[in-house]
Design a binder for this molecule. Structure first.
Ligand code: FDA
Length: 501
């Protein structure tokens, strides 16, 4: 097959890939981005690019015939999931033995589906997780750069106190305060000026129209509107969609050779393409990048990759839980899909937890307070190559999830006891499941900075091969991870463009 050449190739168009593409393009380096998902810019027959959470259709999930939403049931009824047609939809749920991982698919990766929470980690915890990184430089240069490029903003506190759309958050805050716990506002890349117009009835509803996880039609500054738009604007960056990189090898002249499958909307492989480049940047996310490198090492394609490739993976301690409120403590039928507040008990060294107050935007009063807890779970797992499938297996165990659950339970037992409330038993699929212990939103690690790579994301054992995404983060960062991933990618690109090109 013919080989397409580009000086630089970037695999994936999430946070890590988007930063790499922009900075390469600005440096005048012709760059090709290969993204397995589609470009989300064309309205469907309903006039919308994305579907909402209440009426999911084929656009919702990556080649499924039934949606797999995080909340499996409501009042034990399977009302949450719907039959759909298989299609390259925007949200994927990747199943491993004891853990399934939600990821975004499309130009913009996770930014298309996520909850927009844009949190800079505590400096002390960042320094603990990244002992070899200059934290002063991160907090002086790269975190501010990431926040500004991503368009991070905060909710107007006066509007927050009065709007019906955040009553669910205020109820949870009250319960936290009754427990003596601290709450904090969480910044966002959802445009709150737009959200206020939605509430006023002067703009089409998105966050206030049950849109999130399957995409937002308005209001959200996803990467296609920020980094990737700027990257294309340099004139040096091209994005090929519906192309999944399958393998990486190195030619005798030192250039990188990639094999990619181009699929159509039915998922059929319509072409297998060969690419070659001088500089290869991996931004396929914790799952995508780690799989490519584990496969390359264990099939003998890139034998010099070290044993840290595939290791150090964690869930950011994720677990979800719902509490049942008293009848007089209504959370409201109208709920914004964008969280703006967290319960911050990270300073509790016996049991550090940061719990986001999450919406349950059903359009009905539910009396549910829902949370996404990020716990300081120290458990890590590794990916191994599975020669029978050509894919990878993840060694995460149920006991490792139980560590996150136990930590979250300690916090929410306190909240329930202070408020004389109980848990909800009807949300996660079985009558006994109170804590969601089988999925996560924050896959981190697999090619940890300083272990699988040098201190700047250069993959050990090879030159001109870089990791720029969430695989660099050692399994836990204590807050939602995309600001950290973006800032680390900015740091890598500054160094690499100065020294390697
Ligand atoms: P990311 O996953 O964003 O991008 C990887 C891209 O590479 C994808 O587009 C993928 O299709 C593509 N790809 C992978 N393998 C490939 C291959 N072999 N060939 C071609 N393309 C390939 N975080 C946060 O900070 N705040 C929040 O509010 C939330 N909320 C949230 C909600 C939900 C539902 C999810 C699923 C996730 C979140 N997150 C979040 C997590 C956040 O979205 C996540 O950490 C980042 O998107 C990870 O960025 P990366 O650059 O690592 O990969």
């Amino acid at each position: 097959a013919a080989v397409d050449n580009a000086p630089a190739i970037v695999v994936g168009s999430g946070y890590g890939g988007a930063v790499a593409a922009l900075r390469l393009g600005q440096a005048g380096i012709r760059t090709l981005v290969l993204e397995m998902g589609r470009l989300w810019n064309t309205p469907g027959s309903d006039g919308k690019v994305f579907c909402n959470t209440a009426n999911p259709d084929q656009r919702s999930m990556w080649f499924r015939t039934r949606t797999e939403a995080p909340l499996a049931t409501f009042l034990w009824l399977d009302v949450v999931n719907k039959d759909i047609t298989a299609y390259p939809g925007v949200l994927d749920r990747v199943h491993f033995d004891n853990m399934s991982v939600y990821v975004g698919r499309g130009v913009g990766g996770g930014s298309l589906v996520n909850g927009s929470m844009a949190v800079t980690p505590l400096k002390s915890y960042f320094a603990e997780q990244f002992p070899t990184v200059d934290a002063d430089e991160m907090y002086g240069t790269y975190f501010p750069r990431a926040n500004s490029m991503l368009g991070v903003n905060t909710v107007d506190p006066t509007w927050f106190e009065s709007t019906e759309w955040y009553q669910f958050t205020r109820v949870s805050r009250k319960h936290a305060q009754n427990t003596g716990l601290k709450t904090t506002f969480v910044p966002s890349v959802y445009d709150f000026a737009y959200m206020q117009k939605e509430a006023a009835g002067t703009a089409t509803k998105s966050a206030l129209g049950q849109e999130v996880i399957y995409g937002n039609n308005y209001g959200k500054k996803s990467l296609d509107k920020t980094y990737l738009a700027a990257a294309l604007g340099t004139g040096n960056v091209t994005i090929n969609t519906l192309e999944k990189v399958r393998s990486i090898t190195r030619a005798s002249d030192g250039s990188w050779l990639l094999t990619a499958d181009r699929i159509d909307v039915t998922g059929a492989v319509v072409e297998t393409k060969q690419y070659s480049c001088t500089y290869l940047f991996l931004g396929g996310g914790s799952l995508g990048t780690t799989e490519l490198l584990v496969r390359a090492r264990d099939t003998g394609a890139l034998p010099a990759l070290n044993s840290s490739v595939g290791a150090g993976w964690g869930t950011n301690g994720n677990t979800m839980v719902g509490r049942a409120n008293h009848l007089w403590d209504t959370v409201g039928a109208n709920q914004s899909t964008m969280p703006v507040m967290g319960i911050d008990d990270w300073a509790n060294t016996d049991n550090p937890v940061f719990a986001e107050i999450a919406p349950l935007p059903t359009g009905l009063e539910t009396w549910v307070s829902l949370y996404l807890a990020i716990t300081k779970n120290p458990q890590r797992a590794s990916f191994t190559y599975d020669s029978s499938t050509g894919g990878v297996k993840l060694g995460w165990t149920a006991a490792q999830s139980a560590v996150s659950v136990a930590m979250a339970k300690k916090l929410f037992d306190r909240i329930n006891s202070a408020n004389a409330t109980i848990y909800r038993y009807d949300l996660f699929g079985s009558t006994s499941k109170v804590f969601a212990d089988d999925f996560c939103y924050h896959p981190l690690g697999g090619c940890v900075l300083g272990k699988a790579t040098d201190n700047y994301g250069r993959v050990k054992g090879y030159s001109k091969l870089y990791v720029t995404d969430g695989s660099l983060v050692p399994g836990n960062i204590g807050v939602n991870p995309f600001v950290t991933i973006t800032a680390l990618a900015e740091r890598t690109m500054t160094r690499v463009l100065a020294e390697d090109t």
